[in-house]
Design a protein. Structure first.
Length: 132
């Protein structure tokens, strides 16, 4: 499937449930001569309640992303819902209280200036995919 979120990672995702427990990993990367973009994340899930078409779960995970000028890495915990309009297709949304470290690099008069800040926000994550 596809995932998008700081803790879930941005990119191609693999999601599997083993009874009430589940795991999701996502990653993507791109490089050119002058730039790069890399993202990845890992979620661990525990199902609280499920029906034929929906799964409600708690989730904990961590992830990050990196570009030439910025990087962020963080982790947290929250809740999510997975909706299955079909036996194999799923759409999910989760909200995770995430603590993350943001690093920015700026060039001022030929000198690299770095700033590192810790932040905490309730961040959403979304995805779509299919079960084999």
């Amino acid at each position: 499937g596809l995932a998008a979120g700081l803790t879930s990672g941005i990119g191609i995702a693999y999601r599997q449930h083993f009874g009430d427990f589940g795991i999701q990993a996502a990653t993507v990367g791109g490089f050119t001569e002058d730039d790069h973009f890399v993202s990845g994340g890992l979620h661990l899930m525990y199902t609280l309640f499920y029906t034929r078409q929906a799964r409600f779960y708690v989730v904990a995970g961590g992830g990050g992303l990196s570009t030439d000028d910025h990087s962020a890495v963080g982790g947290g915990a929250g809740v999510g819902i997975e909706w299955r309009p079909d036996k194999r297709i799923y759409v999910y949304a989760d909200f995770i209280l995430t603590a993350f470290r943001l690093k920015e690099t700026e060039v001022l008069r030929g000198v690299d200036l770095e700033s590192v800040n810790w932040r905490m926000y309730p961040l959403p994550g979304v995805g779509i995919g299919f079960y084999l």
